[in-house]
Design a protein around this ligand. Structure first.
Ligand code: FAD
Length: 409
């Protein structure tokens, strides 16, 4: 079976079988229950931002692209309000208040400006949750699945990501980079490509695993159609025969980006353990904190397989590469505003924000500094994005079993 992958994961010191076992037994069940908690299920996002790159795309009218809004009073007050600030953050506010009374207006403005500047330097994402048009979305009500979004609009997005916002070997212009050519690129460029490709694989596995199998039986008793795994669609997207041999490499990239995000979670564990996960419901918040701690504990036992410390080291060239890496990725987050299907845009934004947050954690100079901050939407995106990757690896196993059953017939 082409998706029965084996051997070490590229750039990582770990093999596929070990990750399968670790994920499917330890991580996936924990994440599944954690991501149902109120703190993680409501994500604030602006789905109405204009596409900054082109203006001639029509919006997808498919009903499966529709995002259901949150009802009045559905989002816990604690999430909307300020109550979630940690004691440490509140203490810093007090220090800042004290400073405010002792320094001049000009110095205060400079301090605020430089703090914002330092934060922005670390960011791999263009943020939108502070926009006036940003709204809370209930992720459980709007699951990532097949929507029918395809054709020119979807192709334009992937083209723009791979052709204009990826690193590429010179004089090579096809969309994906054949795996044998990756060795001509430097480590940071390969990491970037593999992360994007792994994210692409994950999105496509989800649409295959939650495919609209039939809408012919739509009725009052079955108003939503029949959804489930579509083995043929999975084979079309990933088998070597239909992908010039690349499909299995794209699946391997899923494992790569999984280990990268896992490493980021483990690296920020100390910070994340001290978050309040505040929703205003004391019991729920305590449960969430405990569940996060438990997950981070597991993540830390398995986090040494991606090593970011060898990236962007040394020379002035490495510094330039890091800036380029960040600029490319920031553009990818902006391209999400051009996705023509709202449901795909929602999950595209969440997953790029999550990956961007993981990169910020891995490459921030300030991670252990007390001014290091992650905003609520970054934390929600980070855990949910990792949840998507974990689910993809889990679903991949279902496809393996289906293929095995298929072969035996
Ligand atoms: P595409 O997936 O569009 O891929 C284009 C080309 O990229 C392929 O022909 C291949 O050459 C190459 N390629 C494919 N996979 C990889 C990989 N892993 N690594 C490197 N190269 C690759 N559709 C839904 O039904 N539900 C969703 O939730 C959804 N979310 C989306 C989110 C975003 C941000 C985008 C851009 C698209 C989303 N789509 C979604 C659409 C979906 O990803 C496909 O674009 C669509 O199904 C058309 O598929 P395709 O066969 O043309 O190949």
């Amino acid at each position: 079976c082409f998706c029965q992958l084996s051997g070490n994961i590229d750039e990582c010191s770990c093999n596929i079988n070990t990750v399968d076992h670790f994920n499917n037994i330890k991580v996936y069940p924990r994440l599944r229950s954690l991501l149902r908690k109120d703190y993680f299920r409501f994500f604030k996002v602006n789905l109405k931002r204009e596409c900054p790159f082109w203006h001639d795309d029509s919006k997808c009218a498919m009903k499966y692209c529709h995002v259901l809004p949150c009802g009045e009073g559905e989002v816990p007050q604690g999430i909307k309000g300020e109550g979630g600030r940690s004691d440490e953050a509140k203490c810093e506010d007090k220090q800042l208040d004290y400073l405010n009374t002792t320094i001049s207006e000009k110095m205060r403005e400079d301090l605020v400006m430089w703090t914002a500047y330092d934060d922005a330097l670390d960011d791999f994402c263009v943020k939108d949750d502070k926009d006036e048009e940003a709204e809370y979305v209930d992720l459980l009500l709007n699951p990532e699945r097949y929507t029918g979004y395809k054709g020119t609009s979807a192709n334009r997005i992937w083209n723009s990501i791979y052709l204009e916002n990826c690193f590429r070997p010179k004089t090579f212009y096809s969309l994906y980079i054949p795996s044998h050519m990756l060795s001509n690129m430097c480590l940071e460029e390969r990491v970037y490509y593999r992360a994007i490709s792994g994210l692409h694989s994950s999105i496509n596995i989800h649409l295959c695993a939650n495919y609209l199998l039939s809408n012919s039986g739509l009725s009052l008793a079955n108003p939503k159609g029949e959804w489930g795994p579509n083995l043929k669609e999975f084979q079309r997207r990933f088998s070597p025969e239909t992908t010039n041999g690349e499909g299995p490499h794209w699946l391997r990239n899923l494992y790569f980006v999984y280990l990268l995000e896992l490493r980021a979670l483990a690296k920020a564990a100390k910070y994340l353990e001290h978050e309040k996960y505040y929703t205003g419901d004391e019991m729920e918040d305590f449960d969430t904190q405990m569940a996060v701690k438990d997950l981070l504990n597991v993540a830390q036992q398995f986090s040494g397989h991606f090593d970011e410390s060898s990236m962007f080291t040394g020379s002035a060239q490495a510094k330039r590469l890091k800036t380029e890496f960040k600029e490319h990725f920031r553009n990818v987050t902006r391209i999400m505003d051009c996705v023509g299907c709202d449901k795909c845009k929602l999950w595209g934004k969440l997953q790029t924000r999550g990956l961007g947050t993981a990169l910020k954690i891995l490459f921030s100079q300030n991670l252990n500094h007390k001014l290091f901050r992650l905003q609520r939407e970054e934390i929600v995106a980070l855990f949910n994005a990792f949840g998507r990757l974990s689910t993809s690896i889990y679903k991949l196993d279902d496809f393996r079993q289906m293929l095995r059953g298929h072969d035996e017939l």
